[in-house]
Design a protein around this ligand. Structure first.
Ligand SMILES: *Cc1c(COP(=O)(O)O)cnc(C)c1O
Length: 397
């Protein structure tokens, strides 16, 4: 993508070589899966050296695992972070980080268009602990400013790009908002972008969260989440992980490491396919509106061009159709699989009104901006022509 600025270091190099030194176990080229719940000490003197911090080693599985640690180092390298902590899912990463950073009486600012469970955790669960929250529209700078409560606002949390409208948060603007709140941390959920397309820590963000279940794993075969940032902050969150217990298993860490080896290849390919699909959809008579930050028609196109290397593999669009007619188009897809999630080898399609918001009425959904005719497409690694041909036959079925 020639029009996207390039940044060093090259993610491809880091994805393959970043992280741990060549591992010594049996001279294995790949990172071995260390399948152990606990780790042996030679004697009491070694225990003493370990707890004094004189030696680095494992102790017990809830506090760390060598395969997981290797994956964490690679993820930190990819994000340009001092440290990273892995969790059993993206939600475990987000909730553990928020628990570490917030206490009763604090306040959170959250963007409105965001992963549903994150919003639910903040507005329904943290509120029970006396933690208040304010939701703001992603592009509304005035709303962001007036939402801040300096002294009480301890977390500003945004996704970029957002789900499902692919809104792009102006990260430097969010960083300035954070600067106006002493003691506050700015967290960006960068799941939709991956470190290939966007590096929030370079823009002054404190913590980046990813659901590794999506692009980082990339094959629809694992659940994982990660928090990346300054070492002190990440270590505090890792310590809480040791208490709350949402640890990643070593097999998933192995699959994640394998997925990371092809991350830049996959994401660059998905960037290209999604842009081609978005352009094609935009000229289709049955399509009402396309949401893709790579299109000049997207409200955040200018920010995305400035801040991102590529625009990602998710395209959302509205049809000129009723809820049922929209379902018929989705059902008619042959190459695209109907499933929640995104970011893997397979093209997935879903109608958010039914997949994520089934229990709400049409009016309730519209109130939170989820239209019955909305479709979310996550392109896989198939040829762009095949993805487009599938949509074409589904739209004319
Ligand atoms: C999927 C997703 C999550 C949650 O991740 P899990 O791994 O499913 O727990 C959080 N944020 C975003 C943007 C996601 O897409």
């Amino acid at each position: 993508m020639a029009n996207i600025r390039s940044k060093e270091p090259k993610p491809g190099t880091l994805a393959v070589h970043g992280g741990e030194p060549r591992n010594k176990a049996h001279d294995s080229v790949t990172t071995p899966i260390v399948w152990s719940a606990t780790y042996a000490f030679a004697d009491t003197a070694e225990i003493e050296r370990y707890f004094k911090g004189d030696i680095e080693r494992e102790e017990y599985g809830r506090y760390g695992n060598p395969t997981v640690r290797a994956a964490e180092k690679k993820l930190a390298a990819l994000e340009g972070a001092e440290d990273a902590a892995l969790f059993s899912s993206g939600m475990a990463a987000a909730t553990t980080a928020l628990f570490e950073l917030l206490k009763g009486g604090d306040h959170v600012v959250l963007t409105k268009d965001c992963y549903r469970r994150t919003r639910q955790f903040v507005t329904r669960f943290l509120s029970r602990l006396g933690i208040e929250s304010t939701l703001v529209e992603p592009g509304d700078e005035a709303a962001l400013r007036s939402a801040l409560r300096p002294g009480r606002t301890k977390v500003i949390l945004a996704e970029s790009p957002t789900n499902p409208y692919l809104r792009v948060a102006d990260l430097s603007l969010f960083a300035r908002a954070r600067d106006a709140c002493p003691g506050a941390n700015l967290i960006i959920d960068g799941t939709f972008a991956t470190p290939v397309n966007q590096r929030p820590l370079d823009e002054g963000v404190d913590l980046v969260i990813h659901s590794c279940t999506k692009y980082l794993g990339g094959h629809n075969d694992l659940l994982a989440g990660v928090v990346c940032g300054r070492s002190g902050l990440v270590q505090a969150i890792r310590d809480l992980r040791g208490v709350l217990g949402a640890v990643l298993d070593p097999q998933s860490a192995f699959l994640l490491i394998r997925g990371l080896k092809t991350l830049p290849l996959r994401v660059n390919r998905q960037n290209e396919t999604a842009l081609a699909v978005a352009r094609w959809l935009e000229q289709h008579p049955r399509v009402r509106q396309v949401f893709y930050p790579g299109l000049p028609s997207h409200p955040d196109h200018a920010i995305a061009r400035r801040q991102m290397r590529g625009f990602g593999g998710v395209v959302s669009f509205r049809l000129r159709a009723s809820a049922r007619e929209t379902s018929r188009v989705v059902d008619a897809c042959k190459l695209a699989t109907i499933a929640p999630s995104l970011g893997a080898a397979e093209t997935l399609i879903e109608q958010p009104a039914y997949m994520s918001y089934f229990e709400l009425t049409s009016e309730e959904r519209e109130a939170i901006g989820i239209y019955d005719d909305l479709v979310r497409l996550s392109v896989g690694l198939e040829d762009a022509e095949d993805v487009i041909a599938d949509l074409e036959q589904a739209l004319s079925a």
